[in-house]
Design a protein around this ligand. Structure first.
Ligand code: SAH
Length: 283
């Protein structure tokens, strides 16, 4: 099939809006928003881009209505419209991308498998594009310093869709393997004990003094950046707008910045040489 000549039924863009501020939304996502007919998303994220989608059809929904939102987007795109589904951060990281693709393939299978489907229903499928965004981990790492310079594991503490047993297993494995650990969804109004349990599991293979960086509302109003240690993780108020970075055995906090060294200080002597003028190759 020559894709240039394939008539698509519609366009389905799944975009991430970054952590919050407009200058951290990638230009391609803005272009998709400007070009689309219809925008689907959670109320808070729509508010963030309201000025860009003035006059368009907008389907706002509440946080827990993801399936409804994704299905609506798929059906409209298959009906020939240009649809944007918006997520915060990156749509493919605990965002809407997986669900939308899942529902799209389910609808496609049902249509093509059904002998009674009309030819209109069997029209060419929408062009799907997933636009990458700046995830909380990129935003948070930048505000903390350089904590993700070495291998890291990202774990969501939300056990709404994942059994706690699986999450606990991953926490223990990541801690034992000395990964830097990034925690998404640390708590919510309905989930209180998970962070304490995560702390307990991490302390089984990490020292109490392990540095921890926290960021609430990165690049949004009310941004807060602070540091603590693993044993004091529960001393501060951590809410659902916070992302937590737990250091590995080499991570340190120095002059207000969290740093996980890439190697083992190999460069320290070179810095001295350059400063003292004893190193003369191109710098
Ligand atoms: N798709 C999003 C993540 C959604 S899960 C992304 O890629 O960033 C929601 C969790 O993301 C929150 O509980 C919080 O841990 C984190 N998060 C999202 N935006 C954030 C921000 N601006 N500052 C700090 N944490 C954030």
């Amino acid at each position: 099939v020559n894709s240039k000549h394939t008539p698509y039924a519609g366009h389905l863009a799944i975009i991430g809006l970054g952590p919050g501020s407009r200058d951290l939304v990638v230009p391609r996502a803005i272009q998709m928003l400007v070009e689309c007919d219809l925008v689907v998303g959670y109320r808070l994220y729509i508010e963030q881009i309201r000025d860009l989608v003035e006059g368009k059809e907008i389907h706002v929904s509440e946080l827990t209505h993801e399936v409804e939102r994704a299905t609506l987007a798929v059906l409209h795109a298959r009906a020939g419209r240009r649809v944007c589904v918006v997520s915060s951060g990156d749509a493919g990281i605990y965002g809407m991308a997986g669900l939308v693709l899942d529902i799209l393939s389910q609808v496609q299978e049902e249509t093509f498998g059904s002998p009674s489907a009309t030819s209109a229903e069997k029209r060419p499928e929408p062009l799907v594009e997933i636009v990458p965004g700046i995830s909380a981990l990129n935003a948070v790492a930048a505000l903390l310093g350089a904590p993700l310079m070495h291998d890291f594991a990202v774990i969501s503490l939300s056990d709404l869709l994942t059994p706690w047993q699986t999450i606990a297993h991953r926490l223990s494995a990541a801690a034992a393997a000395d990964f830097v650990v990034v925690l998404y969804n640390p708590t919510s109004r309905k989930r209180h004990w998970q962070l304490g349990e995560a702390q307990r599991l991490l302390l089984e293979s990490r020292p109490a003094t392990t540095p921890v960086g926290l960021v609430r509302n990165a690049y949004r109003e009310g941004q807060q950046v602070w540091f603590t240690t693993l044993d004091h993780l529960l001393d501060d108020d951590v809410d659902m707008f916070t992302t937590i970075v737990i250091g590995n055995s080499c991570t340190r906090v120095q002059q207000g910045r969290m740093i996980t060294p890439r190697g083992y200080e190999r460069h320290v002597s070179q810095v001295h040489e350059v400063r003292e003028g004893t190193k003369h190759d191109s710098v």
